[in-house]
Design a protein around this ligand. Structure first.
Ligand code: SF4
Length: 345
């Protein structure tokens, strides 16, 4: 049997041992398959075969990290979201059972897992089950939930995450401004700031580590130090703030005139924000920017963060000795910037 003839309606993990290739589902059913070359499948891949025999790879067996994608839907409508409003309003077809099956097939030696969406807390109590299953499967990976944090304003919900406080669970929450009016404008929901802030407080009460994300854009570029001060004043246990460059697609593309700011124009604000974080005792981290944008003294907080299949480099990068350290550009953003890559000397 070829891989694209595997039964649909279940997930399959590809197992390659010497010359034997097989696929196994979460019920333990194992089927020998003829070859993986045409589909470029690897040991450890998790695949779904659709009813029209198309094969979708949900996890790359060669990767040390995994993504658990909970839903396309969201309860906010951020102006710079890389998904479009239409995509987020489509009916969600991902069930809790599908997610539990997927998690059961993940390798136990992963280093990092992102649980994301859309808004993952829309799975409600199901998210707690998915996280619990994840920790049963993976031995040492850190598990990061990317959420707008609003659902955690409900203490009855938040307290269900307390058992994970001794695991390696991190909740990553975006703050768009130091006050509610601008934050709510960017999140597209009135009252979002108050809910998110209450959510952070409650998560900290239940000892769940929280990291802050700031998606840097034209609307908040002048307010980065306000955000840092707000975090430092109200949430002294926050250890780090991530500053992220935009991915210009979905809402961000539609609202490009309102949100996009050129890399060279953002550089000074970011370096200033890094200095201010240090002054306030918070670790700064820089994500989704080209390395050559920054002075070398800021490289210590630079993260090579863009997902492999989305990374692009400019022609000039071919001669850059730091290309392996540099995260490059989003495939979408590279077409929307006038930035010229500057190979490191
Ligand atoms: S020249 Fe290219 S590879 Fe080198 S740091 Fe700049 S963007 Fe990265």
């Amino acid at each position: 049997m070829k891989a694209d003839q595997l039964r649909s309606g279940t997930l399959w993990k590809i197992i390659i041992h010497e010359n034997d290739i097989s696929a196994q589902n979460s019920d333990g059913e194992r089927v020998a398959i003829d070859g993986t070359d045409a589909l470029d499948l690897s040991h450890g891949d998790i695949i779904e075969v659709l009813t029209d025999n198309r094969v979708v790879r949900l996890h790359n067996g060669k990767s040390s990290s995994a993504l658990i994608y909970i839903t396309n839907q969201c309860n906010s409508n951020c102006i710079m979201c890389p998904d479009s409003e239409t995509a987020r309003q489509k009916q969600n077809t991902i069930t809790k059972q599908f997610l539990l099956d997927y998690v059961s097939l993940l390798p136990s030696d992963l280093l990092h897992i992102d649980i994301t969406g859309g808004e993952p807390t829309l799975l409600k109590e199901g998210l707690v089950e998915v996280i619990a299953s994840t920790f049963k499967v993976v031995e040492t990976a850190e598990v990061q939930v990317l959420t707008n944090g609003r659902s955690f304003a409900d203490e009855k919900y938040t307290m269900q995450f307390e058992p994970f406080s001794k695991n390696r669970l991190y909740i990553e929450i975006p703050i768009h401004a130091g006050e509610g009016k601008l934050h709510d404008k960017i999140a597209g929901i009135r009252g979002a700031f108050d809910q998110t802030c209450k959510g952070i407080k409650l998560l900290q009460r239940y000892k769940i580590p929280v990291g802050i994300r700031v998606v840097v854009q034209k609307l908040n570029i002048w307010h980065l130090t306000d955000i840092i001060d707000m975090i430092a004043n109200h949430y002294p246990n926050i250890m780090y703030i991530d500053f992220l460059g935009l991915e210009v697609m979905g809402n961000a593309f539609k609202n490009k005139d309102d949100v996009w700011i050129e890399f060279d124009d953002v550089k000074h604000f970011l370096e200033n924000a890094v200095e201010h974080c240090l002054y306030r005792g918070i670790e700064p981290r820089l994500f989704n920017y080209p390395l050559c944008l920054f002075e070398k003294k800021y490289w210590y907080c630079y993260k090579n963060s863009i997902t492999d299949h989305k990374i692009r480099y400019m022609d000039a990068c071919e001669t850059c000795p730091m290309i392996n350290r540099c995260g490059g550009f989003f495939s979408t953003t590279i077409h929307n910037t006038t930035f010229q890559a500057r190979p490191i000397k």
